[in-house]
Design a protein around this ligand. Structure first.
Ligand code: SF4
Ligand code: SF4
Length: 387
């Protein structure tokens, strides 16, 4: 049975987080567990979530104090620790500096990898994707510990331990995956393959302050005092999604794919939860950005038809838009779905929804939170409103 440690941590105080994480490792097997996870002389890579260039403490990214607490524990097991990520937009060095992670890394001699150097590799035992260009650092690490942030996500409903490794795809190459995998089921198969490829060994999920609503960048911070850690990425994500209000893990596209391909345990009843009791950690009023449903899990032809009919659309909140055109730049479709037009002396983006694949890169990377996702009336009727 897969095990996760579920911990209550009410503050971003680094000593408190360290204490909680040490308790978590103790529950999972203590020193011998850690020694097995991090063999002697292994090269460890920490993979926080650095979605974009964000201020230290932002709920969009992994908190720097969680990062520091992890380093304080694992430095006794490895002298070769580095960290890295490739944000969806903007320079990774700037993102590392602004987030506070770079300063913490320097304090402990933990080198920053900007994920700009890549390797071309094959994955023979894949669900879907055999040929890859990935960042060299995670691919060549011996132990990959992912440090995701618990957030809502417009396309994937939720982002956590599995989705966090999308940052191992260097820079703008991420956009090409959205074009190649325009529906959620294939995109999630790709995410599972990517985790197999980089061999993600362990996850420590930062949900002390999570993100609800219009995630993964423009939602609202929600304090839920939660840390979840474990070797099984599906188990960590299943417990997290249950806590925020998804009763059925098969409503989460990536967990549905994991279940269909026997990639990992997704049912909470089959996961041994150590530490806190899950019923004591449930958040009743967490604002989910999508509430589940299965319209993505049908044949691709029908999916495309139904996508236009019932899938949510990116919608502009005009008063928040500063006409920076980042949404236009990040849209992976060719020709671009978005055009910037001028109306009454002000510039706005407009969408050609016939071409839109609903990857929500525009929503994810808008610096002003000016794009939200909205269901059509039919979409609302057919959904998915299980809570
Ligand atoms: S919607 Fe966002 S990304 Fe697009 S132009 Fe407006 S502010 Fe910029
Ligand atoms: S308009 Fe937005 S959601 Fe549509 S394809 Fe472009 S980036 Fe993706």
């Amino acid at each position: 049975m897969e095990k996760v440690a579920l911990l209550k941590c009410e503050d971003y105080n680094v000593k408190l987080i360290e204490k909680k994480l040490r308790e978590g490792f103790e529950l999972l097997g203590g020193n011998s567990f850690l020694r097995e996870l991090i063999p002697y002389n292994s090269k460890v890579l920490l993979k926080p979530n650095m979605l974009s260039i964000e201020q230290a403490g932002s709920p969009v990214i992994t908190n720097f104090n969680v990062f520091e607490a992890v380093i304080r524990i694992i430095k006794d097991y490895s002298t070769d620790i580095s960290f890295g990520d490739s944000p969806g937009f903007g320079d990774s060095n700037k993102a590392a500096e602004r987030s506070g992670l770079l300063q913490v890394g320097k304090k402990y001699n933990v080198k920053f990898e900007d994920f700009k150097e890549s390797v071309h590799v094959k994955l023979d035992k894949s669900i879907l994707c055999k040929s890859w260009t990935v960042a060299k650092a995670p691919y060549e690490s011996d132990v990959l510990i992912t440090l995701p942030k618990l957030k809502t996500h417009a396309m994937a409903y939720y982002t956590g331990a599995i989705k966090n490794q999308f940052g191992c795809i260097p820079g703008t190459l991420k956009a090409t995956w959205h074009t190649r995998m325009p529906n959620a089921n294939n995109f999630c198969k790709m995410l599972l393959d990517l985790n197999t490829l980089v061999n993600t060994n362990f996850a420590i999920l930062d949900g002390i302050v999570a993100m609800e609503g219009n995630g993964p960048k423009s939602g609202k911070p929600k304090k839920i005092n939660t840390l979840i850690m474990g070797k099984s990425l599906t188990a960590v994500d299943s417990v997290a999604t249950k806590i925020i209000g998804y009763d059925n893990p098969l409503d989460i596209p990536v967990l549905k794919e994991a279940y269909d391909h026997n990639w990992g345990e997704v049912f909470v009843k089959n996961i041994e939860i150590l530490g806190e009791k899950i019923q004591d950690m449930l958040v009743k009023d967490f604002e989910l950005c999508r509430k589940g449903g299965n319209f993505y899990f049908i044949s691709p032809g029908v999916t495309n038809f139904l996508r236009d009919l019932i899938a949510p659309d990116p919608v502009l909140i005009e008063e928040k838009c500063i006409a920076c055109a980042r949404c236009l730049n990040v849209c992976p479709e060719k020709p671009k779905v978005i055009k910037i037009i001028e109306k009454e002396g002000k510039k706005y983006p407009v969408w050609n929804m016939k071409q839109c694949i609903r990857c929500f890169c525009c929503q994810e990377l808008c610096p002003c939170g000016a794009i939200e996702t909205k269901y059509s009336t039919l979409g609302k009727m057919l959904k998915m409103n299980k809570r």
